[in-house]
Design a protein around this ligand. Structure first.
Ligand code: FES
Length: 183
């Protein structure tokens, strides 16, 4: 009987250990930081190692920054779908192209009242738990009350790197065409 209890205890311990490892792995998949350098309000992110379809959250000037390297499927979807704003932009224009890859890089604060939306890998979208606002994988708004997609922080492309805080020509164009507001 004692042997059986020992065995049950060991089996339970192993199971709990595996569960904890699984939770750690899930957290790591979501939070692995990218190589970055922070200096005087600028954050330089090396996005060359970013995994596809996994949300990474960085910090810039005290704000969460979402980085989501797009999967092929996400890019195809974005190429097809028009943004429902008056200018009829394509969603692909919200994405930042670095090398051959597309990235969604936005401030991770809901444009309604500033909550942090949660990424849902299974549906590849964002849900803001505060009032039910939703965004797609390009961070364009798909369900009110948010008045617009997540804002894109000022950035400049430098090879495989992205300098957050510096306004490069691509970012200025996004502001001029109304695809983001300055943050
Ligand atoms: S703060 Fe996100 S929906 Fe209201």
């Amino acid at each position: 009987m004692a042997d059986r209890r020992d065995f049950m205890g060991m089996a339970l311990g192993a199971f709990t250990g595996l569960g904890a490892l699984g939770a750690l792995y899930a957290a790591k998949r979501t939070w692995d930081p990218l190589p970055s350098v922070k200096a005087a309000g600028f954050t330089t992110l090396d996005v060359s190692k970013a995994p596809e379809g996994v949300l990474i959250t960085e910090m810039w000037r005290g704000k969460p920054i979402f980085v989501l390297k797009q999967t092929k499927e996400m890019v195809e979807k974005a190429k097809k779908k028009e943004i429902s704003n008056a200018k009829g932009h394509k969603e692909i224009e919200r994405l930042i192209k670095i090398g051959d890859s597309y990235f969604m890089i936005t401030v991770g604060l809901c444009t309604h009242l500033g909550c942090i939306p949660g990424y849902r890998p299974e549906t590849q979208d964002f849900l803001c738990a505060c009032h039910g606002g939703m965004y797609d994988s390009t961070a364009d708004v798909t369900k009110a009350p948010p008045p617009r997609g997540l804002d894109i922080p000022p950035y400049k492309i430098d090879g495989n790197k992205l300098v957050l805080g510096e306004e490069g020509p691509e970012y200025k164009k996004l502001v001029e065409t109304g695809l983001t507001q300055r943050v």
